[in-house]
Design a protein around this ligand. Structure first.
Ligand code: 0RA
Length: 688
């Protein structure tokens, strides 16, 4: 790089910064080069079109996943300008796409709060740098202007390549396999994001088309065309969150421009128990919350207590409702826009601007009080719901005190069925939570006892029917788990006492297994979210099949893998009618197999059928449960850090499990009544 030792002019330095540093240290710009970073790049490009929409110049964005692995994003905005930029002496288009941090500078409109992008506030130039190929088309002044890039470098100047009636910008890019761990896009992740963005930008349409011929397993059952358009904006979002719940009152919607920024809130109560408050700053999902959310919660508690007092629903001698009471069963979206957002926290997804607490608090105090005055019926129902939560809280506290008094968690003796590991260094220790005793047996024998501990849980006992979550805590299986983990729970929780830095849920690949997994995920989500946030909770991935032929044997973790192995080995479907059930060998379809009938009932065990070399037989063993695997197999496929695949649980997964759990529990009042009744012993003044 030529360094001309220019005068120290911040503008020039910024403008002249090329893209080399981006390829050198991609993590600095997009957070990571894994799946998250990959998707982040797509969001980054779409964000620019959303900015154009928010400035009022565009209402449709089309995202396409192409068969060659590239992605294109087209909008019907004004089109990125193509005239020569005075400072760079290059077209504005080239400047925006090849110069670092040019986004804000050349952003065009100064009216609003620029959504300068996700996690790290980078722009399209960063994505260009990380793309093996990019092509920009601008439809402007009746012409199609085009420029192509290779790893961020223009192939040629911008040129007009044709005429058009259209207006807008289309950016197509192929992310670089030299940079990213894998290039496979997840349609479901993209859809979830664009749905969210469409809610946040009322009236915009985001179309998503998946033109990939071969789609990743997880996507292959999803349709290929989507259209997200919500005239209701974040109110529609709240309605969506509550669609399967029994709503209490209408969606309440508030918005106001304050000097610190713009505040918009939509909220609605339901008969559900869990709260779902999702917050955004400049359209970025602040998963760790922040000042805006704090302000919202403070105002909510204050306003509802004030109303309940004024209307004498809350008696003089009664305690105030707590912040938790007033959020039970609440779904809310808090969205703010501000000039200079500061993101903090572990994943840079916590809003830090102190002034936004005041802004949101002021707006919600004023507008929510107003709303409650104008809708006394809804207001009373809401306060009633909060009161019920308060009473349940008191009942639950009494129940928990009773449990603790009995010394359930106090003694802290490790549960008898825990097969602990010998290492006492938590940072290298793993706890496998295994479903059922037989699987537990295999796991105990197969593990590396140095650093792997096994805790078998009886599935039946975790039956959802009786498992109101609060009640689960007094369940012996769950108690064992909490004691084994060693960090306590609730007010006495202390993460530094965690005995294993990796917790692995290992359940069968069947309905019951999924059920138990949902329960455990919900338990962790509600009571140990710090473990999920810290990336310490995992789901083991045992294989579904063992396929053997002659001396070869192979494990398949998905149906797709099974099919491809069979294909590779030349085994046809017709020969596999016994598949799925059993240990019956299926005959190979190849014509060199003419040796009579296959020997029925012979098990494929670790290539031992090699002593019958003449007939090439294929055998598919379907593992219905972990208990069917012998200890060696379980170690080799699922537990050995060298060869295993484990899914790290993300907050979104656990959130989803929580939602499923809530659905299973049903939206009705009876479960709550039952809960209060069973826990209310010894609680005075309980009137339901
Ligand atoms: C700056 C100025 C103008 C448009 C844009 C940026 C623009 C950027 C992107 C990125 C994706 N889509 C976009 N659409 C527009 C317009 C200036 C003018 O025409 O006056």
């Amino acid at each position: 790089m030529a360094d001309n030792k220019q005068t120290y002019d911040a503008n020039k330095i910024q403008v002249l910064e090329g893209l080399e540093p981006v390829r050198k240290r991609p993590g600095m710009y997009i957070g990571s080069t894994d799946q998250r970073g990959l998707h982040h790049c797509v969001y980054e490009i779409v964000d620019n079109s959303i900015d154009e929409a928010m400035a009022g110049h565009c209402d449709h964005i089309i995202v396409m996943l192409h068969d060659d692995g590239s992605v294109s994003v087209e909008d019907n905005g004004r089109g990125i300008p193509v005239d020569i930029h005075p400072k760079t002496k290059k077209s504005a288009l080239e400047t925006v796409l090849t110069i670092l941090h040019a986004g804000g500078k050349f952003g065009g409109d100064d009216s609003g709060y620029k959504v300068s992008g996700g996690l790290h506030g980078v722009g399209s130039s960063v994505v260009n740098a990380l793309s093996s190929y990019m092509r920009a088309e601008v439809y402007r002044d009746g012409k199609v202007h085009m420029q192509e890039y290779v790893r961020g470098k223009p192939k040629a100047d911008v040129k007009a390549i044709g005429k058009t009636e259209k207006q807008g910008t289309k950016i197509q890019f192929m992310l670089d396999s030299q940079i990213f761990d894998a290039l496979e896009m997840s349609l479901s992740l993209l859809l979830a994001h664009f749905r969210q963005q469409a809610y946040l930008t009322r009236g915009i349409t985001i179309s998503v088309m998946d033109e990939r011929e071969k789609r990743p397993e997880e996507d292959s059952s999803l349709p290929r065309l989507y259209r997200f358009h919500f005239d209701g904006g974040i109110s529609a979002y709240v309605r969506h969150l509550n669609h399967d719940k029994q709503a209490i009152g209408d969606v309440i919607w508030l918005e106001k421009e304050e000097k610190e920024g713009f505040v918009e809130v939509a909220m609605q109560y339901s008969q559900a128990f869990q709260e779902q408050c999702i917050s955004f700053a400049n359209n970025i999902h602040t998963t760790e919350g922040g000042t805006h959310l704090t302000g919202f919660k403070a105002a909510l508690t204050r306003t509802i207590n004030a109303y309940a007092r004024k209307e004498a629903i809350l008696k003089e001698k009664e305690e105030n409702l707590t912040a938790d009471d007033v959020r039970e069963g609440l779904s809310a979206i808090v969205s703010v826009r501000l000039k200079d957002p500061q993101f903090e926290g572990q994943t840079k997804s916590k809003l830090g601007n102190a002034e936004m607490k005041t802004a949101v608090e002021t707006v919600v105090n004023e507008k929510l009080a107003e709303y409650m005055e104008e809708h006394p019926g809804d207001a009373r129902d809401i306060v009633g719901k909060c009161l019920l939560a308060a009473r349940a809280r008191m009942a639950a506290r009494a129940a928990r005190d009773a449990v603790i008094r009995k010394g359930a968690l106090e003694g802290m003796t490790l549960p008898g069925k825990l097969a602990d590991c010998s290492s006492k260094d938590p940072s290298e220790c793993e706890l496998f939570i295994v479903e059922g005793d037989s699987a537990g047996g295999s796991a105990k024998q197969g593990r590396n006892r140095e650093f792997q501990a096994i805790l078998p849980l009886k599935g039946k006992i975790l039956n959802v029917e009786q498992a109101r979550l609060d009640k689960m805590l007094s369940n012996n299986e769950v108690k064992s788990l909490i004691i084994a983990m060693g960090m306590g729970i609730g007010e006495v929780k202390d993460k530094t006492k965690l005995r294993y830095h990796r917790i692995v849920i290992m359940t069968d690949a069947d309905v019951d297994g999924a059920h138990i997994r949902t329960l455990l995920l919900t338990l962790f989500y509600r009571y140990f979210p710090e473990l999920i946030e810290g990336g310490q909770l995992y789901i083991a991935q045992p294989p579904l099949y063992k396929i053997s032929m002659g001396k070869d044997s192979r494990y398949a973790f998905t149906d797709k893998e099974k099919e491809s192995t069979l294909k590779e080995w030349g085994i046809g479907q017709a020969d596999l009618d016994a598949e799925g059930e059993n240990e019956e060998p299926a005959e190979s379809a190849e014509s060199d197999v003419k040796e009579g009938k296959p020997a029925k009932g012979k098990k494929a065990k670790d290539g031992k059928e090699a002593d019958k070399p003449k007939a090439r037989k294929a055998n598919i063993q379907r593992y219905k449960g972990l208990g069917e695997m012998n200890p060696d197999q379980l170690w080799e496929t699922t537990m050995d850090p060298k060869g295993r695949i484990m899914l790290r649980v993300m907050l979104e997964d656990a959130e989803k499990a929580d939602a499923i759990f809530t659905t299973l529990m049903g939206p009705d009042v009876p479960p709550r009544k039952k809960f209060i009744q069973t826990h209310a012993k010894g609680v005075k003044n309980l009137d339901i």
